[in-house]
Structure formats: structure tokens, C-alpha cells
Design a protein around this ligand. Structure first.
Ligand code: FES
Ligand code: FES
Length: 170
């Protein structure tokens, strides 16, 4: 079957998609977007997290056909969505770098997408909000403390930018 959907603001078509093919496979292998990672393929680790019509989902559990006519955001689209100038990281990505929240980096794309969604809903999240929003994203390296620091940092910077009268979106 053919699947037509929007990824990071651009319309894409994928042909000859098998009925059981996952959205993750189509993104990585057909559309050349390898940012979303394939670790467990069972919905357990969150490394494949993307937004489907704004809602964070595990792309490994979504059949590609379910994306027909819908809008997907992957980690590759975060910088542009945030309004970061060409080639620059989004504020959330930059906060992860600055807080030292990236080690092997395998979990990072999913965490970034989940954090971006959290800060859109909750610009000033509590630690409980952060833990809940990231509870489906497993990291084997960091012990999570640096990740929590990164989310707090991104939220704090979002607040500063808002006070400065610039774009407040993290
Ligand atoms: S690869 Fe999708 S949840 Fe682990
Ligand atoms: S940084 Fe290695 S799995 Fe999270």
C-alpha cells in the first residue's frame, strides 16, 4: 500500500508498504530519518518516540498505515519547530548537551521528543511531571539525574526567554 503523511512539516509518500510494517521502519528505512532509534521494538524503551498528531507514541508499535494523512514529528524536526536558526540545536537539545545528559546517546532522541512535548504542555513542570512524562523512556547510561537536570534547565531557559520577550517555546 501507499502511505502519505507529513513528517516534520513536509509531505512524504512511501510505496509498497507492507501491512505489518511499523512507522519506525518507514521513517528509518524508507524516508532516511534514522534519528528515531530502534532498541527493543516492543514498546518498552521509548527510544523510538515520535509525535503523531502531537501525541508522543512509540513508533515501533504504530503500524505505518495508521499514519496515513497524519502529522509526525521526529527528533530531526525539533530544531526547525523551535525556530532555532539553521544548523543550531533546539533549546531542549542544547540543554541536554549543556547538562551532560547524553552519554551513548541511544535513548536521547526519544527523550528529546518526549521533553519537547512535556514543555509544550507544562512550561514549568514539577519533578513529578518530568518523571511521569519520561517514565516510558529508558536510559542505560546516565542514571537519569542528568536527564532531569537537562529538562529543568530547558524549562528555566524557556522562562527566561519569555521574560525577555523572545520566543518562549522550548
Ligand atoms: S524501540 Fe520502540 S519502544 Fe523500544
Ligand atoms: S545515554 Fe546511553 S542509553 Fe541513555
Amino acid at each position: 500500500m501507499r502511505v502519505t503523511f507529513t513528517v516534520n512539516g513536509r509531505v512524504h509518500e512511501a510505496d509498497d508498504v507492507w501491512e505489518g510494517e511499523s512507522l519506525l521502519y518507514v521513517l528509518r528505512e524508507r524516508l532516511g530519518l534514522p534519528g528515531s532509534k530502534n532498541a527493543c521494538e516492543q514498546g518498552e524503551c521509548g527510544s523510538c518516540t515520535v509525535r503523531l498528531d502531537d501525541v508522543p507514541v512509540c513508533a515501533c508499535l504504530v503500524a505505518a498505515g495508521q499514519a496515513e494523512g497524519r502529522e509526525v514529528v521526529t527528533v530531526e524536526g525539533l530544531a526547525e519547530r523551535s525556530g532555532a536558526p539553521g544548523g543550531r540545536l533546539s533549546p531542549v537539545q542544547q540543554a541536554f548537551v549543556d547538562a551532560g545528559a547524553v552519554q551513548c546517546g541511544f535513548c536521547t532522541p526519544g527523550l528529546l521528543v518526549a521533553t519537547d512535548e512535556l514543555l509544550e504542555r507544562h512550561p514549568d513542570p514539577s519533578d513529578a511531571d518530568i518523571r511521569e512524562a519520561l517514565s516510558g523512556n529508558l536510559c542505560r547510561c546516565t542514571g537519569y539525574e542528568k536527564i532531569l537536570d537537562a529538562v529543568r534547565l530547558a524549562a528555566a531557559r524557556g522562562g527566561e526567554t519569555a521574560r525577555d520577550g523572545e520566543a518562549a517555546r522550548p
